[in-house]
Design a protein around this ligand. Structure first.
Ligand code: SF4
Ligand code: SF4
Length: 479
């Protein structure tokens, strides 16, 4: 599939390439929930002392993926709702013991199985997802193919080039480790199609190491999306998932398999128009959000998103620390009041996809974006902008109209399943229609209905079999 649609959003608040290591915190607040995981199976007791890398909890619905203690400390289970709090922090790390509980894996999968288990236990497997569904793949399952992306295009999640700059060697080794987990399956390495010195250095470094096919993509959002990349490569959904992992995941693989060390820190961006000094930060999960806020954000009211500007979700006031999947905090100024006579301004300093402000006469510039809506939500005006930018080749306005009329069959026929939830349609829509949210909800409802139908069919089948068995038993009794 050729790339189509896409759009680059230019906003103020882009972080530069420097990585700042934040000072250690005295207390960590580890959320028991993140985007994909729910660590409901606690493995520690209140008041227990744990070492850094020790398992605090597991997610039973996701192959028991662990929540690791980023530092040694004393566990407080009741200090903050929905969190494990670690106090009295120090840097003592636990020692990973090879082949601890691995009997069955050794028999089933040999060395590759041991490595995969190690990735799971040391926190590196969390960086993987299935390219089509976004869920965590089975660490002991068979991959159809692997896509490694060095590109992260959504403003303002942590960028791949920033993560790579000091870790090129680790990345190359990580690729080799990743290769060793596979048998014959192809591995694709996604790079930007630019000719910067750094890009040339990366290409030079990886040449001759892991056998990965290089895929160069234009730097246009959301061409780095795992789903779009898989379709671009002509891969199809089947029983074997397509593993997708970004730069930080490959570096984590190297740490786990070369050093046998847990992956405890990550690079997170702190960016957006309301951040005084946008940066990339090296932090650990559980790091207090309040400390980050006090350090880098002025006292004005702001809205903080966990993730990028298009797909991030608001950080709730009750969330006290960074979760294990956070790749960026995007901060916007919160506007409670409407601009006086805003409608009469010619728009020299603001831009829109329609190019209807005076700013379209300027050369491209980064806009200072806030949470204020410019105008009220209104019905679709059939401008077609959403279809122009949609990378999935579907018609968002049509889906919206079907949803508005409760025509769920039409929604399915218009292929809502192809939506990759990039949020571009919502961003460009001049009528401020929350298209992305509507499609996510529609997909959820369709899946739920299908599941209910599957369950009903299963129940009918079981009843039919039970009835047959009863009749046979009755006939036998008659004879
Ligand atoms: S319909 Fe889905 S894939 Fe298309 S632009 Fe909207 S969110 Fe992105
Ligand atoms: S961008 Fe908004 S107003 Fe324009 S066609 Fe799409 S849904 Fe309608």
């Amino acid at each position: 599939m050729k790339f189509r649609g896409g759009y680059n959003i230019l906003l103020q608040g882009k972080p530069d390439r420097l990585i700042e290591e934040l000072p250690e915190s005295e207390t960590l607040y580890l959320p028991l929930r993140s985007r994909r995981f729910e660590f409901s199976e606690l493995r520690v007791k209140d008041g227990q002392r744990v070492n850094g890398g020790g398992v605090l909890a597991r997610d039973p619905k996701n192959y028991s993926v662990p929540l690791l203690a980023p530092r040694a400390g004393i566990v407080q289970l009741n200090a903050a709702k929905g969190h494990i709090v670690l106090e009295d922090i120090s840097k003592t790390e636990f020692a990973y013991t090879e082949r601890g509980e691995l009997g069955h894996i050794v028999r089933q999968m040999g060395e590759a199985g041991i490595k995969r288990y190690k990735l799971l236990e040391l926190g590196a497997w969390q960086y993987f997802c299935d390219a089509f569904t976004g869920v965590l793949p089975d660490p002991l399952g068979t991959a159809q193919a692997v896509i490694v992306s060095t590109v992260s295009l959504e403003p303002f999640v942590a960028r791949g080039d920033v993560q790579l700059q000091e870790k090129l060697l680790d990345f190359t080794r990580g690729l080799e480790h990743l290769q060793s987990l596979l048998e014959y399956q192809p591995m694709y390495l996604v790079m930007p199609d630019i000719s910067s010195d750094f890009a040339a250095q990366v290409r030079q470094q990886i040449r001759g190491h892991a056998r990965a096919e290089l895929i160069e993509i234009p730097l246009k959002y959301p061409y780095d999306n795992s789903n779009i990349l898989a379709r671009h490569l002509g891969l199809k959904k089947d029983d074997n998932s397509i593993w997708f992992v970004r730069t930080e995941g490959v570096i984590a693989i190297d740490r786990a398999l070369t050093l046998s060390k847990p992956c405890l820190s990550r690079i997170v961006s702190l960016a957006g128009p309301a951040v005084d000094l946008p940066i990339h930060m090296k932090v650990i999960p559980g790091y207090p959000i309040e400390t980050i806020r006090a350090r880098c954000i002025s006292n004005d009211p702001v809205r903080m998103l966990n993730g990028g500007i298009l797909t991030g979700v608001p950080v709730e006031p009750e969330t006290l620390g960074l979760d294990t999947e956070c790749t960026g905090l995007t901060v916007l100024a919160e506007h409670g009041e409407r601009e006086l006579f805003g409608f009469a301004r010619p728009g020299w300093d603001r831009s829109c996809y329609a190019g209807c402000y005076l700013s379209s006469l300027r050369t491209k510039f980064s806009e200072r974006f806030t949470t204020a809506m410019r105008g009220e939500g209104r019905p679709c005006v059939s401008c077609n902008f959403c279809e122009e930018v949609c990378p999935a080749g579907i018609m968002p306005y049509l889906l919206h109209k079907y949803l508005y009329g409760d025509l769920i069959e039409g929604v399915e026929e218009a292929r809502v399943d192809l939506c990759v939830e990039c949020g571009l349609c919502s961003f460009v829509c001049p009528s401020k229609i929350e298209l992305r949210e509507q499609f996510i909800e529609a997909k959820r409802l369709i899946e739920q209905e299908k599941e209910e139908m599957r369950q009903e069919q299963l129940k009918q089948e079981q009843l039919r079999l039970a009835e047959e068995a009863r009749r046979e038993a009755a006939q036998e009794a008659e004879y």
